[in-house]
Design a protein around this ligand. Sequence first.
Ligand code: GDP
Ligand code: MG
Length: 341
Amino acid sequence: MAEEKKGFFKGLVDKMTGTACPALSDAPPPDEPKEEKRPGFFERLKSGLSKTHENLIGRIDTLLLGKKRIDADTLEELEEILIMADIGVPTAVELVRTLEQRLKRNELQDADTLKSALKEEILARLAKHCAPLDTGGHAPFVIMVIGVNGVGKTTTIGKLACRFATEGKKVLLAAGDTFRAAAAEQLEIWGKRAGSDVIRYQEGADPSAVAFDACRAAVARECDILMIDTAGRLHTKVNLMEEMKKIRRILGREIPGAPHETLLVLDATTGQNAVSQAKLFKEAASVSGIALTKLDGTAKGGIVVAVSNEFKIPVRYIGVGESAEDLREFDPAQFVEALFQ
Ligand SMILES: Nc1nc2c(ncn2[C@@H]2O[C@H](COP(=O)(O)OP(=O)(O)O)[C@@H](O)[C@H]2O)c(=O)[nH]1
Ligand SMILES: [Mg+2]
């Protein structure tokens, strides 16, 4: 109870001093519908995806310009465009096969019907593997966040902490990236914004010890969510995977079923590299969800489709910027709309 009060009080102070998640605590502008900041996010998503839009829809428009009818050659060229837009070879081939069948059934008369068929097929694939993260089943619900350096792990944890805090959840963060002191400092800044405590050790400490302490603290403090940041040095791939396994073991030993979510963070700007990373981590770390960051300003947004369709792991969140409000639950219909509009 005392903790609750402290959390509330701290939240109040942060609000007054402007250190609480500014974007999340801001009132919506008067002309925006109250309950959702969604239109704002949709616009940001749309402008973030504008390069991908140019890369994909722009090229499709050029391909179809002046075409009286759609034929097999058109679809072959479309396949190339899909691959260039980072939708990935397997998914591009699959999409075009489906469109060929539609063509045979005379369903694709012109550019518009082709584009809306493509949109439908992409949405169907995204929707099939979509599942929002449900943290309700366990307390504390333990989220282990993994991924290579620089993809946005710490930032995503910070944004999520803000998000959970606005839902009234008590969040604890663990600075498991002990490799760089700056990583723990960065997490503490986010912790302050979100009103969440951070368990941190000195630089170079054993991340498993941090995880162990964090579990004990999360249980003792009756937290709803525990998020564990991890290091992502890829040049020591084997060690990294071993370290992750060790952390997992500790978590599972301390809290039944933990980690309840292993969230892999991927940087959309890296395109097919993100696909390779997903492959690597899926095999080694039982990834249960994906967060795709930096969808703002990249031409490689097609990667969302590739990752979701190839790995059959739900994309939980997408990031379109650096502030707390720029992380949202992945909504396939909204994404496809923003991409095609
Ligand atoms: N533009 C943009 N930048 C992001 C996004 N997510 C993270 N970043 C930035 O990416 C950089 C690396 O993020 P960080 O969380 O430190 O990565 P980590 O090494 O995986 O923990 C930071 O400068 C973040 O602000 C995003 O969705 N969009
Ligand atoms: Mg980090």
